[in-house]
Design a protein around this ligand. Structure first.
Ligand SMILES: *[C@@H]1O[C@H](CO)[C@@H](O)[C@H](O)[C@H]1NC(C)=O
Ligand SMILES: *[C@@H]1O[C@H](CO)[C@@H](O)[C@H](O)[C@H]1NC(C)=O
Ligand SMILES: *[C@@H]1O[C@H](CO)[C@@H](O)[C@H](O)[C@H]1NC(C)=O
Length: 345
């Protein structure tokens, strides 16, 4: 039965190989960013990271992470990739901030926090006939940018969860009203690769987004980026329940959630991917005519939850953090430096 819980394909009469979908528990929550700010300890803002335990301030593109990591928080035990996003905070009336907890996809078992990861072949409901070329060791990419301050990132959206199964509608900015089951952040990466570069200076130009939006057929890849790769997507469930009482929200009625890069609208939502599947496991899965019989190895929830990486940054990120007083007011966190750094740009 473990297989069944990893795939949604079984629930539909639709094709047997639409996509890989699986959960990854939280690996670490800290200020590191080996793609955008390699070597910098701490990086500008807090991230929540899932995947393999080779995660560090620097991950040399010449290194095959799939060979180096020794455990992963993902249900597929050969997936040592790292997946990360910014962290969501609640902003109280008195100017204090508190980290919003994450919870796992209800369909995927009792992982601790983390995210749901997809590798989509053609679209959410179809598998197409195209050959999917999977990523090479060292490959990395970023979708979205913390500097963005307007709508228009098609695959980067939010879902206001009425219950854990709500999937529509999606919005480009944070929901304006309390969401009973929390906020789901959706991150879809582009699916066309230039076929040559493992990375690019802005971590985006080696990829091309056909602009069709999340989970839809990606469309043909242009000559500049001719190689069709699986569309990687993340879903992160932020449990806002404890903050849903509107009397806690700002007096002007605005919504109180803010990304760790100090973004209150949500347009700066972004996500990072660093490939790390072992050997050709992902390619074999994508080539298989039925994902459920690819032979991909899985591991127990207990093993996924056990894998972790200690923070390289000595600071408290939980408790109520008082930005205006430039210090943390959480319990035991007073070693911490300047709270404005947590909310870096
Ligand atoms: C991260 O790199 C440091 C050296 O910069 C090393 O001491 C540490 O063990 C590494 N951590 C992991 C999880 O590989
Ligand atoms: C700020 O507001 C939060 C939420 O109401 C509360 O828990 C916290 O104690 C307050 N902090 C201060 C310094 O008053
Ligand atoms: C969300 O948070 C609330 C309040 O802290 C908690 O009771 C509930 O179990 C959490 N929901 C999930 C799905 O983790």
């Amino acid at each position: 039965m473990k297989w069944v819980s990893l795939f949604l394909a079984f629930a539909f009469s639709a094709p047997s190989r639409a996509y890989l979908r699986f959960g990854c528990a939280t690996l670490s929550v800290q200020r590191l960013d080996p793609i955008v700010e390699p070597g910098k300890i701490p990086s500008a803002h807090v991230h929540q990271i899932v995947g393999g335990n080779y995660f560090n301030a620097t991950i040399d593109p010449k290194i095959d992470v799939g060979e180096k990591a020794s455990c992963t928080t993902c249900s597929f035990s050969e997936d040592f990739s790292n997946y990360w996003t910014a962290v969501l905070y609640f902003r109280a009336r008195n100017g204090s901030y508190k980290r919003v907890p994450q919870y796992p996809n209800a369909l995927l078992g009792s992982l601790t926090g983390g995210m749901t990861i997809y590798y989509i072949q053609e679209s959410f409901n179809s598998n197409g006939k195209q050959k999917m070329t999977t990523f090479k060791p060292g490959f990395r990419m970023v979708a979205g940018s913390p500097a963005n301050n307007k709508a228009g990132n098609k695959g980067l959206t939010y879902t206001c969860l009425k219950d854990v199964m709500t999937r529509f509608p999606e919005t480009a900015e944070f929901p304006k009203e309390p969401c009973p089951a929390g906020i789901m952040a959706n991150h879809h990466f582009p699916a066309c690769w230039d076929g040559k570069n493992l990375d690019s200076p802005n971590h985006q130009d080696h990829m091309f987004d056909t602009g069709k939006g999340g989970f839809s057929v990606a469309g043909s890849c242009p000559a500049s980026h001719p190689v069709r790769v699986p569309q990687v997507a993340f879903e992160t469930m932020w449990n806002t329940t404890q903050f849903n009482d509107k009397s806690l929200w700002p007096e002007d009625g605005s919504q109180p959630f803010v990304w760790s890069h100090d973004d209150r609208k949500g347009y700066g939502t972004h996500s990072d991917y660093l490939f790390g599947w072992k050997g050709d496991a992902l390619q074999r899965a994508m080539d298989s005519s039925a994902l459920v019989s690819t032979g991909l190895k899985t591991q127990s929830v207990a093993l996924s939850n056990k894998c972790a990486v200690q923070s390289s940054v000595k600071e408290e990120i939980d408790g109520w953090m008082d930005i205006s007083h430039y210090r943390f007011i959480g319990s035991g966190g007073l070693e911490v430096s300047d709270a404005t750094e947590i909310f870096g740009q």
